[in-house]
Design a protein around this ligand. Structure first.
Ligand code: C2E
Ligand code: CA
Ligand code: CA
Ligand code: CA
Length: 281
């Protein structure tokens, strides 16, 4: 039994060792991914419910990992956050998203989105020159500030209300807007809606899934929409997957929606091509 225990321990130790090597390997390859041009931006439409027109897009990162193929953010963002690489990834995304949408607005203004949303992980709020980075992305691409939305999750916003409010105020002075991502999933005290300057609420997908046939959930979403509108915010319903969900949201005066039913994330060039074709008709 003792021998078996030892063998087991060795197997365990070997596996730990392999996992560690694997992690170090992923980390160094992720570190190089930005410089090697392996990151990619997908854009997902944000649609005006009443007209079904694309009004905005959200920029979502993908990693074309030469070893493992195209990776969704869930496969590398956690590692990027643990290692601090995330602020470099977010900076690259910010510049690239601004560039792509500016180019779209310039070449096909009639089909181009009015705004692009970029996700910022928590660590960005500790980057001393965050405001300069955002200003640089706007100045170097020529994207109008009102065309940029920065998405932060509630948990990020609630960490230190006073500090966060100051940082966001600085950003808003550039003319960009702030969105609360995954609204409703944090332990929201609602206090931050009073203290923090925000412009957009993105109602988390978990509130939209199962909306049909759940009256309580409908009342909750309806109340969030009213709250947002009363505060003068734009409210976007995330993760709309069915026509039924969209109809329910429309009946609640939801103005903006995003989800597979309205358009999946795809490379900017593909979305531009299809949007141009639609706007000609
Ligand atoms: P998120 O910001 O909540 O982005 C929405 C996610 O939901 C995207 O997944 C999108 O593809 C997915 N989605 C959209 N519509 C639907 C739908 O109708 N049904 C379902 N089931 N899913 C839908 P994705 O691209 O895998 O991104 C996952 C998360 O990774 C994002 O969640 C965001 O938190 C993070 N992320 C993505 N890009 C970046 C980035 O550039 N920087 C940072 N810091 N985080 C990012
Ligand atoms: Ca987001
Ligand atoms: Ca979200
Ligand atoms: Ca999310």
């Amino acid at each position: 039994a003792k021998a078996r225990g030892k063998a087991c321990y060795q197997v365990f130790e070997t596996r730990m060792h392999e996992q560690l090597l694997d992690r170090l390997d992923s980390e160094s390859r992720l570190r190089d991914a930005v410089h090697r041009g392996e990151l990619r931006v997908d854009l997902q439409p944000v649609v005006e419910v009443a007209t079904r027109r694309t009004r905005g897009v959200e920029a979502l990162v993908r990693w074309a990992d030469p070893e493992r193929g195209l990776q969704p953010p869930g496969a590398f963002i956690p590692l990027a956050e643990e290692t601090g690489l995330i602020t470099e990834i977010d900076r690259w995304m910010l510049n690239e998203a601004c560039r792509l949408v500016r180019e779209w607005q310039r070449t096909a203004p009639e089909s181009a989105p009015a705004w692009v949303s970029v996700n910022l992980s928590a660590a960005n709020l500790e980057v001393p020159d965050l405001t300069d980075r955002v200003a640089y992305a706007l100045a170097s691409t020529g994207l109008p500030p009102e065309s940029l939305v920065l998405e932060l999750t509630e948990t990020v916003l609630m960490r230190d209300l006073a500090v966060t409010a100051t940082r966001l105020e600085e950003l808003r002075e550039l003319g960009v807007r702030i969105a609360i991502d995954d609204f409703g999933t944090g332990y929201s005290s609602l206090g931050y809606l009073r203290d923090i300057p925000v412009d957009v609420l993105k109602v988390d997908r978990s509130f939209i899934t199962g909306l049909a046939g759940n009256e309580r959930q409908q009342q909750l979403v309806s109340a969030v929409l009213q709250l947002g509108h009363t505060l003068g915010l734009k409210v976007v319903a995330e993760g709309v997957e069915t026509e039924e969900q969209l109809a329910l949201l429309a009946a609640m005066d939801c103005r903006y929606a995003q989800g597979y039913h309205l358009g999946r994330p795809e490379p900017a060039a593909d979305l531009m091509r299809r949007s141009a074709a639609v706007s000609v008709i």
